[in-house]
Design a protein around this ligand. Structure first.
Ligand code: IMP
Length: 428
């Protein structure tokens, strides 16, 4: 059976958690392959709401093995806090597996993330402040601490000493903060050893063996296409590979084993943090989308910036990820608008762009070219088949599908499991 990749098509918060949950029973392994606790999925199961930041949403599906793979950066304090929270609500977390190669977010990287942002002032990225960027920087600089290092105290101490030698200079001399003691960091990390030991594994081996045995593996991306460090709106991106290619490097599964790339896309667009956003609405419509869509960050609680659906972004996501299926979410939020604009192209300095402009400068100046669609006023949250939707909602969906570069497999019309209309089967 297959390896499926599930990623976000826009700037995150498209509802990936629900899509994963939708595949739930059919999936044997759910793998988080990038990012860390900067993510936030809200999953509603049986009327219970779960907000997860670090744990893969598969943790909520009995029979499914959740995996935190090598491409993830792990804040161990947050990991065990989430585990305890779920255990207290009766969720069994004992199947969780953690890659020995995953990098650990040390306290100094959390601190550096926050002080750097403060220092940047108006040039800030608007990060989640969880230490994600500095930890990936350490990984690339080859001074990172990995999960396996916790099991070799000498190496761990050496690595922390090496990292702090430079970082303390920066903290003290540039940012005017106190220096961090090596012992403090080492002791904190060693404190997790006994709890990490039973869950640590060679997850790349485990997952390839699972595929050999015909199991279904779902590779779930954190963040989304336009937050990808290579393909996103750099520098206003996260520091990991959130696109389909990242699913391979972040898990150790080769591209030839991937059968489907499913991209989750909202019926409108949102973004948290700084950076360009052509269809952003700074008016009443934007506020209405935020209120109807409950668009507040799961991780930081920040109000999300809201705007209309952008088909240029959808086509771009289809292209850079090789999307086989789109899962459209939150259509119900658009109920009640008389006319719904959809961005079909951009205009930059008088020139029309049907595809994503080549440079960030052009993207910053992009003005949306809108096509108007008729809205609907009927409550659609009770529909159970596509045909039960108002005609205009059906036309809206089909028009988006036509211009987005890949077929739509399902449409979300509310937060609950049942509020999903299947257009064609998601599993091969
Ligand atoms: P970082 O990932 O904390 O370094 O933040 C970098 C950028 O990615 C910021 O604009 C964040 O708001 C954004 N970001 C990170 N994780 C998510 C997410 O899960 N959803 C939406 N935006 C995110």
């Amino acid at each position: 059976m297959p390896a499926l990749v599930l990623i976000g098509a826009q700037w995150g918060d498209e509802g990936k958690g629900k899509a994963t949950d939708q595949l739930g029973g059919a999936v044997d392994y759910v793998v988080k392959f990038n990012g860390g606790n900067n993510a936030g999925h809200t999953v509603v199961v049986g009327g219970e709401t779960y907000a997860l930041h670090l744990l893969p949403s598969g943790i909520l599906s009995p029979g499914c093995t959740p995996v935190i793979a090598n491409g993830v950066v792990v804040d161990l304090g947050v990991l065990f806090h989430e585990i305890e929270g779920l255990e207290a609500r009766g969720v069994d977390t004992s199947r969780l597996v953690l890659s020995s190669d995953a990098h650990v977010i040390a306290s100094y990287n959390r601190q550096l993330d926050k002080v750097t942002e403060r220092f940047l002032g108006s040039r800030k990225i608007g990060t989640t402040g969880r230490g994600i960027g500095p930890t990936y920087a350490d990984k690339m600089n080859r001074v990172g601490v990995r999960v396996q290092d916790l099991f070799d105290e000498k190496i761990l101490r050496q690595k922390v000493e090496g990292a702090l030698e430079v970082k303390n200079q920066v903290l003290v001399k540039v940012y005017n903060r106190r220096a961090i003691a090596v012992d403090e960091v080492v002791e904190e990390l060693l404190g997790y050893v006994d709890r990490v030991r039973p869950m640590m594994a060679d997850t790349a081996l485990l997952l390839n063996q699972a595929l050999d045995q015909g199991k279904t593996v779902l590779l779930e991306g954190g963040q989304a296409t336009l937050l990808d460090v290579d393909h996103g709106t750099y520098p206003f991106v996260t520091s990991s590979s959130a696109t389909a290619g990242g699913a391979c490097t972040g898990s150790g599964i080769g591209p030839t084993r991937v059968d489907k790339v499913i991209a989750v896309i909202k019926a409108y667009t949102t973004r948290v943090g700084e950076g360009p956003f052509p269809t952003e609405l700074l008016d009443e419509d934007g506020e209405r989308l935020r209120a109807h869509g409950h668009e507040y960050g799961t991780t930081t609680g920040r109000p999300r910036r809201c705007g209309w659906y952008d088909a240029v972004i959808a086509r771009y996501a289809a292209r850079v990820n090789g999307v086989t299926d789109f899962v459209l979410t939150k259509l119900d939020v658009l109920t009640g608008w008389e006319k719904i604009p959809v961005c079909v192209a951009y205009e930059v300095d008088g020139v029309r762009y049907d595809e994503m402009p080549m440079t960030q400068t052009a993207f910053h100046h992009a003005k949306p070219v809108y096509e108007m669609f008729d809205g609907w006023t009927e409550d659609i949250t009770g529909a159970r088949r596509f045909e039960e939707l108002p005609k205009n909602a059906q036309l809206y969906i089909r028009a988006l599908e036509e211009m987005s570069g890949a077929p739509f497999s399902s449409v979300g019309i509310g937060p609950d499991r049942e509020q999903t209309l299947e257009l064609r089967p998601l599993l091969p």
